[in-house]
Write a protein that binds this ligand. Structure first.
Ligand code: UD1
Ligand code: CA
Length: 466
């Protein structure tokens, strides 16, 4: 197969987004719009992509980061229409054939683009093919006009439609084309901006090519053409993309219940279960046979195999080892390292803390800047006092240590292996291995005192009554 270039049009102003961010950089499912069109082009067999932009640096940076040298950009300034943008792009194309698509149509599928290209190779095929869709409501799209023999003769824009018969045409132009580079280049120099918008229309090349050669219309799925012009369409496109992503995981052996939001980058192993209303974002990886219950939110994190995440667990930039159990309502802030088989329960917050293999903190705790030894048990209400108002300090707990409920460990502090901190202790000195730290005030029992106390309170209450 001879080499193939894609020209991707992304220089439009995007004013309807009402945003400081260029339109094609608005994300859906965790990636900028433009990413999807470029990726689809490569998956369809394109060797190089030329993106026509308004010259925005952020777009160049994104493309370089995600696709490296396989993509280059060319600036169209000012934007004078899709035909002008395509001309600017095609000037740089060095291959015999070219695919043209728009940067704002993220739902385009690689296999449909590939069909568009292979349509050029069919016996008796023409020099240009375009993707079309049949819509119940074609309003707003360019209409594909055909002659009596069914050959494509022209694409006419909504604003330039004349007869009621033209208005009634339901076959629309999806804005994706494949053709011989020379033929398109020549046609693009011939188009004129004599239409209602005074713009150069890329669609005018259809009629020019159709005069001397054949133009093939390739029918595609209606959802593939959805172009994002405003935030309503952004939301619509994202819904469709999220549905596709859920389906992709389901096909790979993941049980996906209801409608979790799973970003495009997320990886999930076989036999894992993702419940409804879960949000998985960024570079998140979930292992095999892991259960993520309702309401969990996970960002940029690695979750191992056989992990149980109970409802409403929130995890940011952290790692969770195999067979660990978290939640409900556990909060891992960045740089938490939860090792295999560790358990963290309700309202336990960690940050920059390692919880070693098999350690437990099952209820109500703040564990910041710590290192908790293997099998250690941290009781309810424990607080690592890691901040003195100026600096953060470390709390280190040895293996098999026991921290009684409602203890405060004032960092920097080290609790030895197998040591025992009695409930309610404020620990300010290091505790040696196997020692007991007991820091409470000694308890006194006054025998028979309770009835006296009750009588005194009753008297006060009676005196207050009018
Ligand atoms: C275009 C087609 C229409 C088709 C529809 C499908 C034309 C004239 N019309 O209309 O037939 O049904 O797509 O979605 O082509 N762009 C530039 N420079 C410009 C203008 C636009 O790079 O000067 C880029 C935009 O960033 C966008 C793409 O071209 O990615 C399409 O432009 P847009 O204005 O959205 O075209 P439509 O009106 O949607
Ligand atoms: Ca558009």
């Amino acid at each position: 197969m001879s080499r193939l270039t894609a020209v991707i049009l992304a220089a439009g102003l995007g004013t309807r987004m009402k945003s400081a961010l260029p339109k094609v950089l608005h994300p859906i499912a965790g990636r900028p719009l433009l990413h999807y069109a470029v990726r689809a082009a490569f998956e369809a067999g394109v060797d190089h992509a030329l993106v026509v932009t308004s010259g925005h640096q952020q777009i160049d940076q994104l493309l370089a980061r995600e696709f490296g040298e396989k993509v280059s950009t060319v600036v169209q300034d000012p934007p004078r229409g899709t035909g002008d943008a395509a001309r600017v792009g095609i000037e740089q194309v060095k291959t015999d054939r070219v695919v043209i698509l728009c940067g704002d149509t993220p739902l385009v599928r690689a296999e449909e683009l590939a069909r568009l290209v292979s349509a050029l190779e069919e016996p008796g095929a023409g020099e240009l093919s375009l993707m079309t869709c049949a819509l119940d409501n074609p309003h707003g799209y360019g209409r594909v006009l055909r002659d009596a023999a069914g050959r494509v003769t022209e694409v006419r824009e909504q604003r330039d439609l004349a007869s009621p018969a033209e208005h009634a045409v339901r076959e629309v132009n999806a804005g994706m084309y494949a053709g011989q580079t020379e033929v398109l280049r020549r046609a693009l120099t011939q188009i004129q901006p004599n239409n209602s918008q005074g713009e150069y229309y890329l669609t005018d090349v259809i009629a020019l090519v159709a005069r001397t050669s054949r133009v093939t219309g390739v029918l595609g799925h209606a959802d593939a053409l959805l172009g994002v012009n405003d935030r309503g369409q952004l939301a619509e496109a994202e819904e469709i993309m999220l549905r596709r992503i859920r389906l992709r995981h389901a096909k790979n052996g993941v049980t996906v219940r209801g409608a979790p939001r799973i970003d495009d980058r997320v990886e999930i192993g076989e036999d894992s279960v993702i419940e409804d209303s879960v949000v998985l974002r960024g570079h998140t990886r979930i292992g095999r046979s892991t259960f993520v219950d309702a309401g969990c939110v996970i960002d940029d994190s690695n979750i191992g195999d056989g992990v149980r995440l109970l409802p409403y667990t929130v995890i940011h930039s952290s790692n969770v080892g195999d067979a660990a159990q978290l939640g409900p309502f556990t909060h891992l802030r960045p740089k938490s390292e939860i090792e295999a088989e560790a358990h963290l329960g309700n309202f336990v917050e960690t940050k920059n803390t390692r919880v070693r293999r098999g350690a437990k903190a099952n209820h109500l705790a703040y564990l910041g800047d710590g290192d908790i030894g293997e099998r250690a048990n941290v009781g309810a209400g424990t607080i690592f006092c890691n901040y003195d108002g100026f600096n953060k300090h470390q709390t280190v707990i040895g293996a098999d240590a026991f921290i009684g409920s409602d203890s405060q460990l004032v960092a920097p502090i080290t609790i030895g292996r197998g040591a025992y901190v009695a409930s309610g202790t404020t620990v300010v000195n290091d505790v040696p291995d196997d020692a007991l730290a007991l820091g409470r005030i000694k308890q006194e029992n006054k025998l028979g005192y309770a009835p006296k106390l009750k009588a005194r309170f009753a008297a006060i209450k009676a005196a207050k009554k009018p």
